[in-house]
Design a protein. Structure first.
Length: 248
């Protein structure tokens, strides 16, 4: 399972990094030699920390998968008739909402407790700005704080294997795209209902600019409720507005 998590990270982050290099060479292939060298060093560091985190994430995931396959101890089910059909989307949303809540409060704690920031979260913020490779660039202590959550939920909340796969896919997608350094979603989405409720690179980029704001992973709910939502990155929005007419 550790290998699966590592390969998934390399494949998804690699794909988005490659596409970013094509679409936004100004961000991922700077012409300034000093910037290029600094970016290459940053990416190597991001990949190193991410592969270490992949091992940590893979251990509880592998244990849960083993106990499901050999003992049936989890509440993962394969027969869609075991629960009502309406439970499929409800379980998907529950997993995402719980994960988002845990991420918000632990993430906020790591910023508001200086010793915790220094010991764990500072590694993630060494990337300025982050790239698609930074999705899992966590210190082991930070990885440990999050790696157990989804596997633990499989012992508590019933979920079909398809919604569970979607949870993992969404988790990977948002982890990568939130750190792209440019906005992947259309401007009309970011300006509309989607952008007011769902986190994108334009929202998370502000966190990497100002630190003490925009802590969420999937949704802006907790940030808005707790007054930590500082809006979207003017830099990314302006860059998106300039490029979109060229792409139409």
């Amino acid at each position: 399972m550790c290998l699966i998590v590592a390969v998934r990270y390399l494949a998804v982050s690699g794909l988005f990094a490659w596409s970013s290099r094509v679409v936004r060479p100004d961000v991922y292939a700077p012409k300034d030699p000093k910037k290029a060298v600094r970016l290459a060093k940053q990416i190597r560091r991001e990949i190193g920390w991410s592969l270490l985190a992949a091992i940590i994430y893979g251990l509880p995931a592998g244990l849960a998968a083993h106990l499901w396959a050999t003992r049936g101890w989890t509440r993962i089910y394969a027969d869609v008739s075991d629960y009502p059909l309406w439970w499929l989307p409800v379980s998907l949303f529950l997993y995402l909402a719980i994960h988002d809540s845990w991420f918000y409060w632990t993430h906020r704690a790591m910023h508001h407790w200086p010793w915790l920031f220094r010991k764990a979260h500072a590694v993630h913020h060494e990337s300025r700005p982050p790239t698609a490779w930074a999705a899992m660039a966590f210190h082991p202590w930070e990885a440990v704080s999050a790696a157990w959550l989804i596997p633990a939920l499989t012992f508590l909340i019933p979920i079909h294997i398809v919604p569970l796969a979607l949870v993992l896919t969404i988790m990977t997608f948002f982890g990568v795209t939130n750190h792209m350094g440019w906005e992947i979603f259309p401007k009309r989405w970011v300006d509309g209902w989607f952008g007011r409720h769902v986190i994108s690179a334009s929202h998370h980029h502000v966190h990497h600019e100002r630190y003490l704001s925009n802590y969420g992973l999937y949704f802006r709910f907790w940030d808005k409720l707790c007054g930590t939502d500082k809006g979207l990155s003017d830099e990314l929005i302006r860059a998106k507005a300039k490029r979109e007419p060229q792409l139409q």
